[in-house]
Design a protein around this ligand. Structure first.
Ligand code: ZN
Length: 343
């Protein structure tokens, strides 16, 4: 089969479309014919050696895969050849104390698809059967590839790590990102009022189309003050952010008393100087979020099938041109998601 593999890390890294042997499923694994796979910032970190873990090369990146089951090990039950599936990128063990209580995002033995094991930028991928979810008939492979990772990340942040409520003011950082575009839709669908940030006119237009009530220019240093003004100076109840660094501190400037910031990333910096005085005086929360639980993924697919959560797809590249998808995301020219189609 063909696989788009990283052969040397760097910025940019060196990729090759290689012909490799088909992966063989173990007793508890399924072999999936990949139809589409979404690209995420995580893939860029794999490319540029930006993760605090060694990556074995060559490595096939891609965590957001969707396709059909074409083979399985002898212990697999409940699935048949031809079933349409979405792969849960945080491969969980299913046995540890967290998995047993439905908190697969905290799995003690979790592995990331496309990071520690070969991922979906290939014609085929093997994963444990417990890590695939049924893809509703009405949800296209491309839709799944654009929603399962970022969409379920946002679902986990807004409905599990925090609970968005009707009437809440929600600040979503980065409207045009995968997580941001999904978070806006989930917050609105849950009855929230959304303020969001975006760096260009085109991205701000997209934010309005997604239903945001107020869209701020992230290039304007005064945006936190503007957010406070919109909320009648009281601040927002909930912030959904994935940038970290100085941007995280800016989010505290527009957080209401008792408000919560949920963060799931640190693309803008992993260390911050946080002033704890206002944090405890205003009784605010800073909550970490990582990956998603099984239930978050299933809810994301249900919402997609019901038309409540729509993907924002910027461009679809064929597998042979996956390198262009990496370049586009690296250049920060993506509105929503880029997806790689492998047949
Ligand atoms: Zn586990």
């Amino acid at each position: 089969m063909k696989a788009f593999q990283l052969v040397a890390q760097g910025k940019p890294g060196k990729f090759e479309l290689r012909e490799i042997s088909d992966p063989a499923p173990d007793a508890d694994e399924v072999l999936v014919r990949v139809r589409a796979c979404g690209l995420n910032h995580l893939d860029l970190w794999v490319e540029e050696a930006g993760l605090p873990m060694p990556i074995q090369l060559p490595r096939t990146p891609g965590g957001e895969a969707a396709g059909e089951i074409i083979g399985m090990g002898k212990e697999v039950q409940g699935w048949k050849i031809g079933d349409r599936v979405a792969v849960q990128s945080n491969l969980f063990c299913g046995k540890c104390e967290f998995c047993q209580r439905g908190e697969e995002s905290m799995c003690l033995f979790g592995q990331l698809l496309g990071v520690q094991v070969d991922g979906g930028f290939a014609e085929k991928v093997v994963v444990p059967a417990r890590n695939v979810a049924r893809l509703p008939e009405t949800v296209a492979f491309e839709t799944s590839a654009a929603l399962t990772l970022a969409g379920s990340t946002a679902m986990h942040m807004l409905t599990n790590r925090a609970q968005v409520k009707k009437g809440d003011w929600v600040l979503v950082i980065g409207a045009a990102s995968g997580v941001g575009s999904a978070a806006i839709q989930i917050a609105k669908e849950s009855g929230g009022r959304v303020i969001t940030t975006a760096s260009s006119e085109a991205k701000r237009e997209l934010a309005k189309k997604l239903g945001a009530d107020s869209v701020l220019d992230s290039g304007d240093a005064g945006w936190p003050a503007e957010a406070r003004k919109i909320t009648g100076r009281r601040g927002v109840e909930l912030v959904i952010e994935h940038a970290g660094g100085e941007l995280l501190l800016k989010c505290f400037e527009c957080l209401a008393r008792g408000g919560t910031i949920v963060t799931c990333g640190a693309t803008a910096g992993r260390e911050v100087n946080l002033n704890l005085w206002p944090l405890f005086v205003k009784q605010q929360r800073l909550v970490g979020s990582y990956g998603r639980n099984r239930a978050d993924l299933e809810k994301t697919l249900e919402w997609a099938a019901a038309g409540k959560l729509k993907p924002v797809i910027d461009k679809i590249f064929p597998l042979a041109e996956a390198g262009k998808a990496f370049a586009k995301l690296r250049a920060r020219q993506v509105m929503g998601k880029v997806v790689v189609k492998s047949g």
